[in-house]
Design a protein around this ligand. Structure first.
Ligand code: HEC
Ligand code: HEC
Length: 304
């Protein structure tokens, strides 16, 4: 009797054990001990129920697994939507938290009432949350020292703290507000056209940046959707402001979509050469290719 044999050695396939959940494992143990208890009287013909039981166990564990997956998915969905909902509302708590951060990190240059400090920093009254979020989340603020241009650096504050500071500045005189929601639902083709018209003169056609006069430079654009939108609203140092009359909110979203699509598309043909187009690419091939050929010709000539 194979069943008797299995039970004597307490043998069962290892794979099945490993796959069983703790619940089914417990049931297996209970079943095994019951069988062991009844063994002396000789239980015959248990083969069919055993095979059926195995299938039932497999079915049960896959049902449990499925339920666990669905449950955790639902739980995550509920949890994440709940937490993003209270992130967007800038409450009195956020403003208060922002005020405390401002007091420790900003008043030396911008004044206790945001009125500005002579030769240190401008007034921030009415500057708005867009400018503040841009400056703080890109690490430009708090500034370190006077330079031709205050550079981007590793942000000192987390994204949440940047929003709290933005809420605090916004609560003092209003100003351009940081936009919410999806900013990347614009028309990429329209965005490309607007970018070439309004931005490429400083940032280059591929958003790779370029030097400006007097030690200033337009940086390579490496920013989040919100930062790009915010800096269009607020301007920054040598970058002009693009009000909603100049570029409508829909046009701004198209520009954001275009810039982010540039970032996403890599260069399958190798080096991009600044994405300047086919003429310079041809020139590079010409100079490198003809230059190489000339080298070979000269080498052959020198040998003979
Ligand atoms: C060392 C001095 C210094 C510190 C500290 C500093 N700032 Fe500034 N901040 C400046 C200067 C100078 C400018 C003007 C830069 C320019 O436009 O050329 C400026 C500009 C800004 C602007 C842009 C104003 C505009 O007109 O668009 C914002 C917003 C800002 N700061 C916020 C902050 C916040 C928030 C903090 C604290 C986390 C902070 N700054 C800390 C010196 C400072
Ligand atoms: C007159 C030149 C000029 C024009 C035109 C201009 N920018 Fe800028 N831009 C700058 C300068 C200068 C900075 C750096 C500002 C700073 O560091 O405070 C900048 C910074 C930025 C940044 C931040 C980059 C980063 O990674 O932190 C973004 C994004 C940006 N510009 C987008 C645009 C867009 C979009 C347009 C067109 C709608 C545009 N700019 C037009 C000069 C310009």
């Amino acid at each position: 009797m194979t069943d008797e044999f299995d039970d004597d050695l307490d043998f069962s396939p290892a794979i099945e054990r490993a796959a069983a959940t703790s619940e089914t494992a417990r049931r297996t143990r209970v079943a095994a001990s019951k069988r062991a208890a009844t063994r002396p009287t000789g239980t015959a013909g248990s083969k069919a129920p055993k095979a059926r039981g195995r299938w039932r166990r497999r079915l049960a564990s896959s049902v449990i697994l499925g339920a666990a997956l669905v449950g955790s998915g639902l739980g995550y969905g509920l949890f994440s939507s709940a937490s993003s909902a209270d992130e967007t509302a800038s409450s009195a708590d956020d403003i208060e938290a922002g005020r405390i951060l401002f007091t420790t990190s900003c008043i030396a240059c911008h004044g206790a009432n945001l009125e500005g400090v002579k030769n240190r920093g401008p007034s921030l009254i009415g500057i708005g949350s867009a400018a503040t979020y841009f400056q703080v989340s890109t690490g430009r603020m708090p500034a370190m020292r006077q330079e031709a241009q205050i550079p981007e650096k590793d942000p000192k504050f987390t994204d949440e703290e940047s929003r709290q500071l933005a809420a605090y500045v916004q609560s003092n005189g209003g100003g351009n507000e940081l936009p919410e929601g999806n900013l990347r639902d614009g028309d990429v083709a329209e965005g490309g056209e607007l970018f070439r018209l309004n931005c490429a003169s400083c940032h280059n056609f591929a958003g790779k940046g370029a030097p400006l006069s007097a030690g200033a430079y337009a940086p390579a654009i490496n920013a989040t959707d919100e930062q790009i939108y915010a800096v269009m609203l607020s301007g920054a140092q040598n970058m002009p402001t693009f009000s909603d009359n100049q570029l409508t909110p829909a046009q701004k979203r198209s520009i954001v979509s275009y810039i982010q699509s540039l970032k996403a598309s890599n260069d399958p043909g190798g080096a991009a050469i600044g994405r300047a187009g086919p003429v310079p690419e041809g020139l590079v091939i010409f100079i490198v290719g003809i230059g190489g050929l000339m080298g070979v010709i000269l080498w052959i000539g020198a040998k003979s």
